[in-house]
Design a protein around this ligand. Sequence first.
Ligand code: GLU
Length: 263
Amino acid sequence: MVVTRFAPSPTGYLHLGHVVNAIYVWGLARALGGRVVLRVEDHDRIRSRRIFDTALLEDLDWLGFVPDAGRHPVRRQSDDQSVYAEALDRLRAGHHVYACDCSRKEIGGGPYPGTCRTRGLVEVPGRGVRVQMDPEEDSGDLLLRDRDGNWTYQFAVTVDDIRDNVTLVIRGEDLRSSTGLQIRLGGMLGRASPARFLHHPLIAGPTGEKLSKSNRDTGVRELRAAGLAPADVIGRAAAAVGLLAQGTPIEASDVARLFPNPG
Ligand code: GLU
């Protein structure tokens, strides 16, 4: 059975970009007879906020997108740290995992040059943890846990997609560059066959820039306050990426019909 997921980060309010993702996730899951897992990606303890977490669940509910396991309990990455610690130990068994005390500033914008790879540093708070990638990634050895003790996005999402038995990852074009890395990391973590990945178009802002949380007229809460119904908001998001004609409302329970030949 196809299992996909909706995996928002509670670092801002839901906007039309999230709604586009939800349309693809729920629409394709329903069209393929699959399931949707909801996962709150709060691995970044500094940027994640409870207020956004609560708001995103409320907004999703208002829109009518319901995960298959029901609304409760929602799984958060912060629920169980031992999952990532265990995955790290699994990696250690077959790969070179090492502590790293390079700061972002020292590394600059380029690939990690492997400075700490052979230093034999002890893993203590305040140091990051990396794994040597083989073959070498464009970004160099992957950071798994940062110097603040946060599991990184790449590591947490790969561990969780394995744990949740996700077979089809559906997300925006902006994450395409992470996909090869996540497939390789999944293999290193023991995943026998990789998930399939589908990347959908993104909504561009008024001047073609990527839609962000700062675009006031695209927030689900703002649109709701302006009097739009859930079907209007979903219709607007679908139209913005060419799935529907402009102005056609559509209910969350009906989005599978946007994918008549899901193959
Ligand atoms: N949590 C990520 C975000 O909200 C999405 C991760 C993913 O789909 O892999 O941007």
